[in-house]
Write a protein that binds this ligand. Structure first.
Ligand code: ADP
Length: 599
């Protein structure tokens, strides 16, 4: 389509103005022509009317002389003097003399309009084309009398071309004035239009920049009052807009921050189940980005059958539901999905919010707890069953057989000790695991050698029985802020295992030293059987044993290393193990730097 040519406002106005000017000029010309012609006409008639008798009077003598040459000369002189054509005609119509033409060549004038009229009424007037001169003329004829007797007709005539010349001069003046006025109009309009265009262009440019979002731009106010107030209004409007925009931005940023910092995945769906919002966590969980998912159905961008089923169920249910399932993208992690209806500010339904929570850790903890409960029951049941069995046997068979009774009592005693040991260890663990355990820890600054010596003291006999050498090595004699009872128990547990699991004639070494990084390390090394690598990560779990039967036989509860780990933890430290099957084991307690007081 061809764009319509647009006229500037000023040119539209200008065209009207120019049309008016042209109309006025034309009107003036027509009016002037008419008035001038009429005026001239009347004037000429008056002139001729006055002139003719005068001319007639001054011709009497020449007429009386009856000499044609005298008359012709006189007529010529009078004509020149008066600036008119003078003709003298006798009463039959014959031309006697003419101021501009030879009478001999002129036809009879009796029936010329003005002559006829003069014959009838004494005076005659006519405007017509002269047959003699071939031009438009005005004639006035008058009968010249001698007393009452007519002697001739005197006629004066004036060419109308002088009128036309005058008229065309006037018209030229009107035309010139009109053209000058028109030119001035065009010039003024051109200038004004250019100025206005510049101003409006500036306004338009400003508005354009606002539309592009340059809200800090301000339009320079033009001098013209109306346009200045328009510019001011535009500027004010944009200032307000930009204020509101900023507020919205802040609000949006806050909401964004809120949404993004949530640890839950959030998916907002509209009423057609199309995604309109995904927070970062949801993007991670579903491995999809918001930009590509927005505006599409969830199942189009996310291939998670369980999640899509959940959405369908939630829509079908109409109310709140929840479900737990695994997301393919997250491997074996479990999420808990709940839905929540979404409403806008006017409480009109907007869609559906799906909240996804990774509950893997929670479920793992729950399962550890229930495993633990099962393990505890199992551990307790074995000694209880034993005790009960032997007691019942004794009740049945009586105490006659003294040797057997003693053996039974011995077994019952051993199982009772075992029960006691398990319960003691469980209690110790429970205390260490209490939420406030770390804060409530009573600590003293103490040389580590004293703690290690006290622990080793308990195992001198057991080690001696297996001919195991106990060596203590504390270079630099470090001290630390610790709870001595707990740390002694931890070192004792490690020593107990080392002596218990090592063969005879070996050596167990306890060392304590400050490491280069400032941490304090207590290590118990043995030359025992060692532990296969696959067991190492789980060694410090409760009831985890490499060889269940052997541990039981040696009186282990399966809780010793778990207690060591928790003692390290309440001190803000950690444990470590290095071991190789057949190559001995080294268990370590590592305490953080600030615990290592004056060294
Ligand atoms: P337990 O009461 O069975 O000794 P622990 O928690 O103290 O329980 O130890 C867990 C398991 O770690 C033990 O059953 C044993 O198999 C293994 N273990 C611990 N210390 C040693 C060691 N010094 N040498 C070899 N194996 C060890």
């Amino acid at each position: 389509m061809k764009p319509r040519r647009r006229w500037t406002l000023f040119w539209q106005l200008g065209l009207v103005l120019m049309a008016v000017q042209i109309a006025v000029a034309v009107f003036l010309a027509v009016y002037a022509t008419r008035e001038l012609r009429q005026f001239h006409h009347e004037q000429s008639v008056d002139d001729l009317r006055r002139l003719t008798p005068l001319v007639g009077g001054r011709l009497r003598a020449a007429l009386a002389s009856d000499d044609p040459d005298t008359l012709t000369e006189r007529v010529g002189a009078l004509g020149r003097e008066a600036g008119v054509r003078v003709t003298v005609i006798d009463l039959e119509g014959k031309v006697l003399a003419d101021s501009v033409h030879d009478p001999a060549e002129m036809d009879n004038h009796r029936y010329r309009t003005e002559i006829e009229a003069a014959m009838r009424a004494g005076d005659g007037f006519a405007v017509r084309r002269s047959a003699t001169l071939r031009m438009d003329m005005m004639y006035f004829a008058s009968v010249l009398r001698d007393g009452e007797r007519p002697i001739a007709v005197v006629r004066t005539a004036k060419s109308l071309s002088t009128v036309n010349a005058e008229l065309s001069r006037v018209l030229r003046a009107i035309g010139t004035a009109g053209l000058v006025l028109l030119a001035l109009t065009v010039l003024v309009i051109g200038l004004a239009s250019r100025r206005l265009s510049r101003i409006t262009a500036r306004l338009a440019d400003g508005a354009e920049r606002f539309a592009r979002g340059e809200l800090d731009h301000r339009i320079e106010e033009p001098r013209a009052r109306e346009l200045a107030s328009l510019a001011a209004s535009l500027n004010r409007m944009v200032a307000q807009l930009s204020d509101q925009f900023r507020q919205l931005q802040v609000q949006r940023n806050e909401e964004q921050a809120l949404l993004e910092s949530m640890s839950s995945g959030m998916i907002a769906l509209d009423l057609q189940q199309r995604v309109f919002r995904l927070n970062r966590r949801a993007e991670e969980m579903l491995e999809v980005n918001e930009a590509s998912a927005r505006g599409r159905l969830l199942q189009e961008s996310v291939r998670e059958p369980e999640l899509n089923r959940f959405v369908a169920d939630a829509v079908a249910a109409g109310g709140r539901i929840s479900a737990e399932f695994r997301l393919r993208r997250l491997g074996d992690r479990t999420v808990l999905a709940v839905n929540e209806p979404l409403f806008d500010a006017q409480m009109a339904p907007l869609g559906l919010l799906i909240v996804l929570n990774d509950v893997t850790e929670v479920r793992k903890l729950e399962s550890i707890r229930s495993d633990f409960a099962a393990n505890v029951s199992h551990e307790l049941r074995t000694p209880i069953t034993n005790i009960k069995g032997y007691l019942e046997t004794m009740l049945e068979v009586g105490a006659e057989d003294k040797a057997q009774t003693e053996r039974f009592l011995e077994i019952i005693n051993r199982n009772t000790n075992r029960l006691e040991a398990i319960v003691e260890d469980l209690l110790a663990l429970a205390r260490l695991e209490q939420p406030g355990a770390r804060a409530a820890l009573e600590e003293v600054e103490i040389p580590l050698r004293s703690v290690i010596s006290a622990a080793a003291g308990h195992f001198v006999a057991a080690a001696g029985a297996k001919n195991i050498a106990l060596r203590i090595d504390v270079p630099g004699e470090p001290a630390a802020r610790i709870n001595p009872q707990l740390l002694e128990q931890a070192v004792s547990n490690l020593l107990s295992n080392a002596v218990k699991y090592s063969d005879s004639d070996t050596m167990v070494t306890v060392t304590a030293r400050r490491r280069e990084d400032g941490e304090v390390e207590i290590a118990v090394s043995d030359q025992g059987p060692g532990i296969a690598a696959e067991h190492l990560p789980r060694l410090f779990e409760r009831f985890y044993r490499v060889d269940r039967a052997r541990s039981r036989e040696l009186g282990g509860t399966g809780l010793g290393l778990a207690i060591v780990k928790h003692i390290a933890l309440v001190h803000g430290g950690r444990t470590d193990v290095e071991s190789r099957l057949g190559g001995g084991s080294t268990f370590k307690i590592i305490l953080p730097e600030e615990r290592g007081g004056g060294g």
